[in-house]
Design a protein around this ligand. Structure first.
Ligand code: ZN
Length: 59
């Protein structure tokens, strides 16, 4: 390890923002679509039965 953190260069640009519908950090900045709940793409919630822990509550 050198002085400073080499991995600091990895987190300059943020692709995802906090989604205002599901509250998760899955809202894609440029796409305008939430990867978690589908906000921006669909008016319904993006949910799958195989995903057991989908959106219990915010956070
Ligand atoms: Zn969302």
């Amino acid at each position: 390890m050198s002085k400073g953190t080499p991995s600091m260069g990895k987190r300059q640009k943020s692709t995802h923002l906090r989604c205002r519908r599901c509250g998760r950090h899955s809202y894609h900045k440029s796409k305008g679509v939430c990867a978690s709940c589908g906000y921006g793409a669909t008016s319904k919630m993006r949910k799958y039965s195989w995903n057991k822990r989908t959106h219990r509550s915010k956070n």
